[in-house]
Ligand binder design. Structure first.
Ligand SMILES: Nc1ncnc2c1ncn2[C@@H]1O[C@H](COP(=O)(O)OP(=O)(O)OP(=O)(O)O)[C@@H](O)[C@H]1O
Ligand SMILES: [Zn+2]
Length: 728
């Protein structure tokens, strides 16, 4: 007689542990990998994810049983489990934490996978006129009319409207709440079809080239200069290649900054478009997650973590602005959304398109290696032409709040022609330093090796590296002198200078501080899109994907920050930012002009920038990387350590270093990080640079196992960053 052996399941937990846990499976329970289960863990009950079933029991070990399955279907389908297992190995991050990032927060915490109903609003066909002073209600009604299929209440609030305005419209029977999005099966309204531009010859050729001759996996790099109409190509591509039951993923760096992009997709695809980003609440995330998991034929536009969602019918992936550093997660599970997207396309045997006006050197290298196909689009769409970029040497020029006379004059000229100007400053706040001109004292962060930034609007001194903040003072805190002054430029200061130089023109500041309030970015964009003369002042936020047709002038206050940085990626990032921000000029019918203020107008990098040929610059930067034996020609990983003293951090890394002694692998360091103390932690790093990626990966796996057993010094946190974006 056959005697029954208890079945064993291997289960992952949402903890930073590089191991799985075995449990017996009760006879009446059928488990498959990817399924959520309730299990006893220590004295608690935990939610786990099944990784493997049918594991051979070891004699003499007493295992606890799984309590129950949370659903009778796997929360993560096989493909998603494979993807995350690969990522766990590649990025050397514990499998449990990787798997759990693919669940929405509610399911991570063990809630039921049941959808809460979403409050949905639609505009009604009713002709009640609104009172003349009901501007916001009118704006809301217009906005609602633009959203095909209506909008979720939470999206309406996010767009800057209020509950009271919704109620007012509903009282007038101009809008109503419904239980679900209005079905989008009806054909597109003819007026929407008309508004869709026909592709230009250049776009047509690029779209053609993107169409893979064979089915299955293919990776293309769409290098399309700023304003070349890449979005139109993505739309065209999806329309052509997506079957009615297929899912697609469009990754973008930041959704909230560019609501235009989502609006354009909605125009084409209506309610088939769903979004995924950090501003969604738990209920919204669960709803969207369930749609993806249930295989609804959605097109998901999302930020980084969207690439980990449990799609089951994924047939195309697009990564827009693929060079953007926000695709790399900076802590915990440090994956690159872009790179995971490419691997996922490979797993799914589907195409992936990486698009950018300034592609990363990594992607160009992959083109050279024959891994990606390069598709070029070197003309602007419509009647627009590329902007003319010139350098403005400010070494011997008087500056007013950082702006030179020629720059102010150019702004004046643009405004007087009824156009808009954009001024780029790479620091928020009023000034990056407060300094005493009597004793030389500068205010530093008590918790970090950095100076505090002066925020005049809030009369505060803030650290941009930790959350430290203190009240600003008018006198030097050391010698009481009143020669205590701001040094350098921040967006607030430039805003003030411009407001007093152009008192009749609206000056709009766009940075993390000015856009914190809900809906504020939307109202800023509305103002700019009205096309009336105005001056935009802002940080990186303004460089990302915006399409303001009436901006004809871009001024860069200071380009020199990235020229002499120790980080080997700094020149690449500087050029990308400068070209992206330049690319906001002249996207409509009028010629655009860019003035870059610098103290190094003879710097070769800046000089080549003026020719605007990114392909040439990238080629040059790539050969420098090759000479320096740096990524993408080498595989890089960094061990980072942090502790309450620098000695401890260095000690841990010193102990790791001998383990890295391997042919073809160089170890640099350990050295204190560029900002050695941050939030009272002392940080150090050990950089590994390897000729062979596979070899580096297996070395790292070995070291992790070793360290897990050794348990390095108490109070020291160590982590690995594979393909680091920041090496300072
Ligand atoms: N075929 C076309 N005819 C006319 N206008 C077009 C066409 N294609 C795109 N456009 C318009 O050109 C502008 C720029 O397009 P889009 O924003 O897609 O550029 P992009 O390539 O994404 O640029 P960036 O990389 O700078 O964000 C938009 O206003 C878009 O509506
Ligand atoms: Zn600090």
């Amino acid at each position: 007689m056959e005697h029954s052996v208890p079945l064993i399941a291997r289960i992952a937990l949402n903890r930073p542990l590089r191991r799985l846990f075995d449990y017996t499976v009760p006879e009446d329970l059928k488990l498959v990998p990817g399924q959520r289960v309730k299990i006893p863990f220590g004295r608690q009950q935990a939610t786990g994810l099944v990784v493997q079933t049918g594991v051979e029991p070891l004699p003499g070990i007493n295992l606890k049983p799984v309590y129950a399955a949370m659903e009778d279907w796997p929360a993560l389908p096989e493909e998603t489990v494979s993807l995350l297992s690969w990522a766990s190995d590649y990025y050397q991050h514990p499998l449990g934490e990787c798997l759990f990032t693919a669940l929405p927060p509610a399911l991570r915490r063990g809630r039921k996978a049941e959808e809460k109903s979403v409050e949905w609003w639609v505009a009604c066909d009713h002709d009640e006129p609104l009172p003349a002073n009901a501007h916001r209600q009118k704006a809301l009604l217009e906005w609602l009319n633009q959203q095909r299929g209506g909008a979720a209440a939470s999206d309406i609030i996010r767009a800057g409207f209020t509950r009271a305005q919704l109620k007012a419209l509903s009282d007038r029977q101009l809008a109503k709440a419904v239980s679900a999005p209005v079905s989008d099966s009806e054909p597109e309204a003819p007026e929407l079809l008309e508004r869709r531009p026909t592709l230009s010859t250049a776009q047509e050729a690029a779209a053609e080239a993107l169409t893979s001759p064979r089915k299955g996996f293919s990776a293309s790099l769409l290098y399309g200069i700023t304003g070349s109409g890449k979005t139109e190509i993505y739309l065209h591509y999806l329309k052509q290649h997506l079957g009615p039951s297929d899912q697609a993923l469009v990754l973008v760096p930041e959704i909230n900054l560019t609501p235009q992009t989502v609006a354009r997709f909605r125009h084409y695809f209506g309610t088939r478009i769903v979004v995924w980003h950090s501003a969604l609440n738990d209920g919204e995330r669960l709803t969207t997650w369930l749609k993806i998991r249930e295989g609804e034929p959605v097109i998901l536009i999302g930020t980084r973590s969207a690439v980990l969602l449990p799609f089951t019918r994924l047939r195309a992936i697009i990564v827009d602005e693929e060079h953007d550093s926000s695709y790399k997660q900076g802590e915990g599970f440090r994956y690159s959304g872009r790179d995971v997207a490419v691997y996922r396309a490979h797993l799914n045997r589907c195409p992936v398109i990486l698009g950018s006006a300034t592609p990363s050197l990594e992607s160009f290298y992959n083109v050279e290696q024959g891994k990606y196909r390069l598709v070029k689009l070197e003309e602007r769409a419509g009647n627009a032409t590329p902007p003319v970029i010139s350098l403005l040497d400010i070494r011997s020029r008087p500056l007013e709040g950082g702006l030179s006379r020629p720059a102010l004059k150019a702004i004046d000229q643009a405004l007087s022609k009824g156009e808009q100007a954009l001024v780029f400053v790479n620091r928020r706040g009023f000034a990056p330093v407060m300094m005493c001109f009597d004793c030389g004292h500068m205010i530093e962060c008590p918790r970090c090796d950095t100076r505090l930034t002066y925020h005049r609007r809030d009369r505060a001194m803030r650290c941009h590296h930790c959350d430290y903040q203190t009240a600003a003072t008018e006198h030097c805190p050391k010698c009481q002198s009143d020669a205590f002054k701001p040094v350098g430029q921040g967006t607030e200061r430039t805003e003030d200078v411009l407001a007093s130089a152009f008192p009749t023109t609206p000056v709009v500041r766009v940075d993390r501080d000015s856009t914190q309030r809900k809906g504020s970015i939307q109202s800023i964009l509305n103002q700019v899109n009205s096309g009336k003369p105005c001056i935009l002042v802002g940080t990186q936020m303004l460089a990302k994907g915006h399409d303001f047709p009436n901006v004809t002038l871009v001024v860069v206050v200071n380009a020199d920050g990235g020229l002499f940085s120790v980080d080997f990626r700094a020149p690449e990032q500087l050029i990308q930012t400068l070209l992206q921000v330049s690319g906001r000029a002249g996207r409509g019918t009028k010629q655009g002009k860019v003035l870059i203020q610098t103290c190094h107008s003879d710097h070769p990098l800046l000089k080549t920038l003026c020719d605007g040929h990114y392909l040439d610059i990238a080629g040059q930067l790539l050969s420098e990387r090759e000479e320096g034996q740096l990524p993408p020609f080498r595989a890089m990983a960094i061990f980072r350590a942090e502790a309450d003293t620098m000695e401890k951090s260095l000690q841990v890394l010193d102990a790791i270093k001998p383990l890295t002694n391997f042919p073809g692998i160089e170890a640099w360091g350990p050295l204190p990080a560029l900002i050695a103390r941050r939030a009272d932690k002392y940080r150090a790093q050990l950089i590994l640079n390897a000729r062979n990626r596979k070899r580096l990966n297996s070395l790292l796996t070995g070291i992790c196992q070793e360290l897990d057993q050794r348990k390095p010094g108490s109070g020291v946190k160590w982590m690995i960053d594979v393909d680091p974006q920041e090496t300072g």
